[in-house]
Unconditional design. Sequence first.
Length: 278
Amino acid sequence: MQGILRDLMSPRNCRTRRVSSWDKTGGNRDNWPIEPGEAKTIADISGPGIITHIWMTSGAKNGIAHWTRRVRIRIFWDDEEVPSVDAPIGDFFGCGHGLNRRWQSIAMDMTGQEDPYSKTHNTTAFNCWLPMPFQKRARIEVLNDGDGIGIVYFYVDYEEYDPGKLDKDLLYFHAHFRRECLTDGWKDPFTPNHGEPVDSTPNLDGAGNYVLLETTGRGHYIGCNVSIHNQTGSWWGEGDDMIYIDGDIEPTINGTGTEDYFGHAYGMQHIPTDSIMA
């Protein structure tokens, strides 16, 4: 028997737990306030354990645009001072440029979109099901970077293990946000990104490439969320993805184009909303 539900038939030696923003008076104020510039710890969990699900939502108070780029999620493992996860909420949950869009994957999703019926809230929710183990401690922090939101709702579901019962060899989760404005490269910013001279200019060593990730250690590269604001207006996706492993001078893995890397072809196909609802 194979499939993502296979583990449901096997017992686990742990206890399911949750930290949430529920209203402890029994009312419906199931949110925590967060002031401009405030960094608020929403979960501080003793290990060993595994975070199994993070759900979050809020609303842009006073109609603030692009609020999902103004609020950051940070996760600290085992009393570390520098977070292993540090990214704007929207980008972390899969949608860049501070936009709210409906999309879905096995690992995470975003449920909503900009709400034309509300002047004060862009309604959406975020989910992440990536497992995140820790041995000593897990601390999750939300930073209201500026005045992005006024309240936050959340669940943090996790498994609690007895001391010494969680595999010491489990890999810790890391995620970071980076951007470059304007993005550097070999050509000037006004030359179209497709056609000549782009198609006839070789790039075999990655010179001038935008670096998504540079890291050391033992682990798995899960993937990335790339958001592009194309200033030339032409097609932007002919750059090949290149992955260098363990000090290789030439790319260990070569791709054929940005859209191909993300599972598309001949550009990025548009999926009308009505076809999703059908």
